[in-house]
Design a protein around this ligand. Structure first.
Ligand SMILES: Cc1ncc(COP(=O)(O)O)c(C=O)c1O
Length: 411
C-alpha cells in the first residue's frame, strides 16, 4: 500500500505547475453553469447573459433541434457502439454527410468525433515526413497538433500574410513531396477572416493543398471561396457535437481508411448527428436569421468605436491575464458572461475578452454590454481605453506584415 501522505514526484510535478499557473493568473477553473434559451447562463445562482458561447444561432436550445436529437435517440439508441468501420454508419450520420457535402458543394463528407479529432486525423493522414506543412501563426491548437503528429516539416507563416506564405513556399516547396497550407475562415480568438481566395491562388501556383478550418464561419458569414479541404465542427453554429471534412470522393475515401482519429475511435452518437442535420436545415432555410450574429457584432463595434466586426467574434484586447480576468469579473457583476481568454490560448501579452454574438441576443442586450464595457474602462483599467483601441487595431487592421514569429506558439 502506498503512503497517502508521501509526496510522489507526480504530485510534486502537478503542484509545482499549478503554483506557477497561479502566479501568472493562467490557471483554469471549471465553473458549474446552466445554459438556457436566449443566451442565458446561470452561475452560482446568478442569471447572466452569455457572450461567451459559440452557439451562434442559439440552435443547441432550439426545440426543433432538440426534438430531432430525441427522436434519433429513441430510434437508434444513445451510442454508436464502436468505430464506424466496425458497426457501420447509423442512418442520421449518412444523411448528415450527404447534406454537409451538398452544403459545401463537395462530392463527399466525412463526420469525425469532434473538430479537434478531424484536424488531427486529416492533417496527419494527408502529410508525412517527406512533406511540408505551412500553418498560419494564429491557427487553432488542433491544426498545430495535426501538423506535429504528421512528422512533416512544419513552418508558420505570419498571420494572414500572403507575402510571408509565398516566400516560404518559394524557399521550401521544392524540397518536399507535397505541401499543405492550414488556414481558418474565421480566426477563433481574433474574429478576423483568412484571405481564402488569395491563399488558394498561391497554393495553385506552388502545387500546394489548402485546408480551411471553417469552425466559426459555417452559416454565419456569407459566401467565400471554397478550398479543396473544408473542415469544421458541428459544435458551434450547428449547436451539436462532432467534426467534419468536406472534400472530393477520393480524399474522403482515403481519410475513411487512413485518418487515425476516425478509424480508431467510436462513431458520433445518433442524437448528435440528427441534431446537426436539423440545425443545418434551419441555417439553409433562414438566411436572415443566420446573418443576425454578424449584424449584432457590427452594432457592438460601431457603438464602441472599434473596427467593424468581420464575424460574430469581437476581441477586446486587454494585455495581461490578470487585467482580462478583472474586466471579465466586473462585467459578470453587471450580468454579462464574457470569459477572459489567456495564454497559451492566445499569444502572451494579448489576453482578452472574446465577445461572441448570437442570434439569440437582443439589441438591448448588445447595447447593454457595450455600455458596461465602456463603463469599466475608466474604472478598472484607467489608461486602457485608448490602449484597447490601439491594440485591437494593431491586431486586426495591421498590414499583413505583422509577424507573429516572436509570439508564443498557440497550443
Ligand atoms: C478554429 C477551430 N478549429 C477547430 C476547433 C475544434 O472543434 P471542436 O470543438 O468540435 O473539437 C475549434 C474549437 O474550439 C476551433 O475554434
Amino acid at each position: 500500500m502506498s503512503d497517502p501522505d508521501r509526496t510522489t514526484s507526480l504530485e510534486a510535478f502537478a503542484r509545482d505547475h499549478l503554483a506557477r499557473l497561479d502566479e501568472t493568473s493562467l490557471r483554469r477553473h471549471l465553473v458549474p453553469t446552466m445554459r438556457g434559451p436566449q443566451a442565458a447562463a446561470t452561475r452560482q445562482g446568478r442569471s447572466l447573459v452569455s457572450f461567451s458561447c459559440n452557439d451562434y444561432l442559439g440552435l443547441s436550445q432550439d426545440p426543433r433541434v432538440i426534438a430531432a436529437a430525441q427522436a434519433a435517440t429513441a430510434l437508434y439508441g444513445t451510442g454508436a457502439g464502436a468505430s464506424r468501420l466496425v458497426t457501420g454508419s447509423h442512418p442520421p450520420l449518412a444523411a448528415l454527410e450527404e447534406r454537409l457535402a451538398t452544403h459545401k458543394g463537395t462530392e463527399a463528407a466525412l463526420v469525425f468525433g469532434s473538430g479537434y479529432l478531424a484536424n488531427l486525423g486529416i492533417v496527419s493522414g494527408l502529410a508525412g515526413p517527406r512533406d511540408l506543412i505551412l500553418v498560419d501563426a494564429l491557427g487553432h491548437s488542433c491544426l498545430w497538433a495535426g501538423a506535429r503528429l504528421s512528422g512533416a516539416k512544419v513552418l508558420r507563416f505570419a498571420h494572414n500574410d500572403l507575402g510571408d506564405l509565398e516566400a516560404l513556399l518559394t524557399k521550401h516547396r521544392s524540397r518536399h513531396q507535397h505541401a499543405l497550407i492550414l488556414t481558418e475562415r474565421v480566426y477563433s480568438m481574433d474574429g478576423d477572416r483568412g484571405p481564402i481566395a488569395d491563399i488558394l491562388h498561391l497554393a495553385d501556383a506552388h502545387d500546394a493543398w489548402t485546408l480551411v478550418d471553417d469552425a466559426h464561419g459555417l452559416g454565419v458569414i456569407g459566401k467565400d471561396a471554397r478550398a479543396p479541404l473544408e473542415m469544421g465542427t458541428l459544435s458551434k453554429t450547428l449547436g451539436s457535437y462532432g467534426g467534419y471534412l468536406c472534400a472530393s470522393r477520393a480524399v474522403v475515401d482515403l481519410m475513411t481508411s487512413r485518418a487515425r482519429s476516425f478509424v480508431y475511435t467510436t462513431g458520433l452518437p445518433p442524437a448528435s448527428a440528427a441534431a446537426a442535420l436539423a440545425a443545418l436545415d434551419i441555417v439553409e432555410a433562414e438566411p436572415d436569421f443566420a446573418a443576425r450574429p454578424l449584424a449584432l457584432a457590427r452594432r457592438f463595434t460601431a457603438q464602441l468605436g472599434l473596427p467593424e466586426a468581420q464575424s460574430p467574434i469581437v476581441p477586446i484586447l486587454v494585455g495581461e491575464a490578470d487585467a482580462a480576468l478583472g474586466l471579465s469579473a466586473a462585467l459578470e457583476e453587471q450580468g454579462y458572461l464574457v470569459v477572459a481568454i489567456r495564454p497559451p490560448t492566445v499569444p502572451a501579452g494579448t489576453a482578452r475578452l472574446r465577445v461572441a454574438f448570437s442570434a439569440a441576443h437582443t439589441e438591448a442586450q448588445v447595447e447593454g454590454l457595450a455600455e458596461a464595457v465602456m463603463g469599466q474602462w475608466p474604472r478598472t483599467l484607467p489608461p486602457l481605453r485608448e490602449r484597447v483601441r490601439e491594440t485591437y487595431a494593431a491586431a486586426v487592421d495591421s498590414p499583413p506584415a505583422r509577424s507573429c514569429a516572436s509570439l508564443t506558439t498557440p497550443t
